[in-house]
Design a protein around this ligand. Sequence first.
Ligand SMILES: O=C(O)[C@H](O)[C@@H](O)[C@H](O)[C@H](O)COP(=O)(O)O
Ligand code: SF4
Length: 604
Amino acid sequence: MHPEVVAVTERLRERSRVSRAAYLVQMAQAPAGRSGLSCGNLAHGMAACSAQDKARIRMIDEVNIGMVSAYNDMLSAHQPYERYPQLLRDYLRSIGATGQVAGGVPAMCDGVTQGEPGMELSLASRDVIAMGTAVALSHNMFNGVLCFGICDKIVPGLLLGALRFGHLPVVFVPSGPMPSGLPNSEKVRVRQLYAEGKVDREQLLAAESASYHSPGTCTFYGTANTNQMLLEAMGLQLPGASFVAPDTPLRDALSRAAAKAAVTLARAGEGSLSQVLDERALINAVVMLLATGGSTNLTLHLVAIGQAAGLQLRWEDMADLSRVVPTLAHIYPSGKADINQFQAAGGTAWLFRELLTAGLLHEDVQTVAGAGLSRYCQEPYLHNGELAWRDGPQASLDSDVLRPVSAPFAADGGLRMLDGELGRGVVKVSAVAPEHRQVTAPCRVFDSQEDFVAAFQAGELARDLVAVVRFQGPAANGMPELHRLMPYLGALQDKGHRVALVTDGRLSGASGKVPAAIHLCPEALQGGAISRLQDGDVLSLDADAGTLQVQVEGSDWQQREQAACPQTVRRGWGRELFAFMRAQASSAELGGCVFTAGLHEADQ
Ligand SMILES: O=C(O)[C@H](O)[C@@H](O)[C@H](O)[C@H](O)COP(=O)(O)O
Ligand code: SF4
């Protein structure tokens, strides 16, 4: 094992000693399941079942699997889940078990709400999904869990909720990426032309619809596909299951195998979620995030997930690992290839082999596929119609997409952690061309995305520019993604201006190209130094070095007033229902979560 990976893991284990012990004690005291229910409870729980299923559910030692589903027609990635309950209920019956939908959880498509007020509910929806998962599993009818979820906040939310039932085995069941459509770089080119008024709405819609065109996950390497990669790294999804196309025989075989895995683990009393997701699994997720240039949103979600498991992960852990984990994959926005081309180039099987061989991943872990992460060096296929696994390719099949540890795209991971006058934040380096990573320019300060767009459209921004967009943190407006600003900033960059974004908000996993210092803590609404910036202040962002400096005289800077938040009341699109969550959310550095702080403080 690489000494730095060992050291960071040990530091995490030590930092988490009390909270992890408290978590494991709670999991050991978990409810007994169906045997603890009254006859009335049980009768209600199986009232709608067939006689055959009722007979089996009554047998307390038989396995009943609870399915938590994030199906809806809004997310192309989740639309295939519509038929999963029936498919897997029938399969579970065929192997002597039963399955019930324990509950549904909401799921937001960030692509539909991107740039809209609805995006202000996005981060909070993760915590709502966590609570919905707890509501589903609180029926206490189950010996194991299947989670149907892929996208941005849904996997983190399902995991946050399921971790409170960590005494059960939990297997995530993906649906797979849609076939490749219009290349992402072409889609972005048309968007920039539209932002500049050079193509009309009809042409833009044609490009967008050629990119997003059928059921399945969007094929850029955003938060959804990063979630998939990290679920495998944590051993919570079957090996190589992530990027197999939806609605295909192999996909269905993998979904059945996930159900079988949950039953096998439940029958053996092994592989509970609390055993699988330990500090090694969490560190494996961080390593995979870094090696693949994954979504910056996972710097929020992994911290929250860790806390729900009693593990106190910090940004400094990610920063320290980023210095030793090489970037092995270039998938859009960090490269031109999409997730289908990644899989064709060698995919997860090759990536796991490279990272395990280099000692960058913990191999000695529990997974839903059994002990040891080496299983994930294999890829699934159908042999005479039956699901089988074989070793992945011995070498990358496309060095523009996947490179070995011996010759990586970059010697370190794609993430930098900032710590300076404007607080602490995150910079994703891997998606920014080297020539654009240093920007020193006067800033222009905006308190909303709309103000930024208006200034661009008024022609006020055509210069070297650090765009500061503040009051975008969890407490201010729910920390929406500011991805809609990218076409405008990209157009300025393409014109030769040196541009950067500085914000206490966040970006999409699909955001790239423009250097951005994001997740700044403390946020403006809570007195963060970003609230003291004024138009014309010169800021210097060095994404490579991970530094963000304010070139303002010290005395002047200290005497600066904090700007007041222009709009503290967020109404419409249901935002008023989430006011209490904005008031309780932790800082971005602690995951921007409403319930993780103090989850495992020792009982008073
Ligand atoms: O974090 C993410 O990966 C994004 O939230 C992603 O899920 C979102 O849908 C993108 O905004 C879509 O990309 P476009 O908006 O560029 O289509
Ligand atoms: S990847 Fe993003 S845009 Fe695509 S379905 Fe998921 S949430 Fe929606």
